[in-house]
Write a protein that binds this ligand. Sequence first.
Ligand code: NAD
Length: 397
Amino acid sequence: MELDLDKSPESRSKEDAAPTVVGIVKEKNDNRVALTPAGISQLQKAKLKVLLESGAGAGASYDDSSYEKQGAEIASGDEIFKKADVITSVGKPDQETLTKLRSGQIFMGLLQPQINPDLIETLRRQNVTAVSLDSINRRLSRAQTMDVLSSQANIAGYKAVLVAADAYGRYFPMMITAAGTAKPASVLVLGAGVAGLQAMGTAKRLGALVFGYDVRPETKTEITSVGAKFIDLGDVSGSGEGGYARALTPEELAKQQDALNAHISRQDIIITTAQVPGKKPPLLVTQEAVKLLKPGSVIVDIAASELGGNVALSKPNETVITENGVVIIGAPNLPSAMPTSASDAFSGNLSSLLSYMSKEGVCGIDTEDEIQRDIVICHKGEIINKAIAELLNEKRG
Ligand code: NAD
């Protein structure tokens, strides 16, 4: 029986409801998988049917049989696109995937609609329902188990420290040995959101001297609570709406960069995590600042992107060694480098969401629901998320 996904689970009668088929597709440029075997067992409780593209879990060390044991069926990629009502993915659909998506199908993944409005417009025109997991309202207490941004940022912050420690030619902790005493490494973390705080805590646990800075002054308590020293830049303040930072004016940013330089020059390791939602990441470590660092210093820029990152010379997914011997690692996708934990967490978030959206084995879209109205970006050919509707209207002029 064809499933009417336009009806909310509540409004669908038991007789017309065939179980929703959830498809898990293999990621193209990521080691993660959207749902792990533990997630399948949760979806079984919600009476949803699961189809896995063969090999989709391999990058995260989950083989097909571990999914079959939890009741998933294995299929080819093409079969998934034909049979599934909901396609689950970590990343956004590429051109090839877009050609396979069917009208009425739901696509769930990290779509970053604010920086990919053209993709949303394409999905809307194809009558695909786009559910963007990164658009969840994290402030709603019942949405916290579904907060993919936090679960993945937490992993990125932890892994950034390990990557930095691996590239650094010295100890992190103070080491007193018969051969002499090694000083502890000095680590500065810029940006004290989920990733930054985790990075500070991890560097502290490795024995480094840790400093933390954020443009939102209210982060001071959080920074000190993870054992880092708060860097106070005086009157540079950029608290925005909803706990996020606002984009600084060019003058404010220049002032901030100058004030940071004095602190940057004393560090061995710098980890940058600063983001402003929907905007280009702020440039915090200038070329001039990099020149102040000692040879062998390491910078890991989690915010590195095609638009630019927090560090002047960082390039996404590349390691640059400067003339003065500073190692700059552009690391925009660290969760993919810790794929099993990252997939476990992603899957926990996604299976909570799918269970929440489902009743009696049927997953439905309800654009009035307080969680869904943010994450459902387009549905039935209309843009549902208000901020994205405004953005697209502005774009159309
Ligand atoms: P994010 O990824 O948007 O940004 C990372 C950090 O960069 C932020 O702390 C931001 O203030 C900082 N930043 C931006 N511009 C900067 C600049 N010019 N200089 C220095 N730092 C700069 O942040 P996030 O991890 O998504 O967290 C954003 C907010 O959401 C925080 O207030 C966090 O506590 C909150 N949050 C709440 C919940 C919840 O309520 N359940 C869950 C997760 C996060």
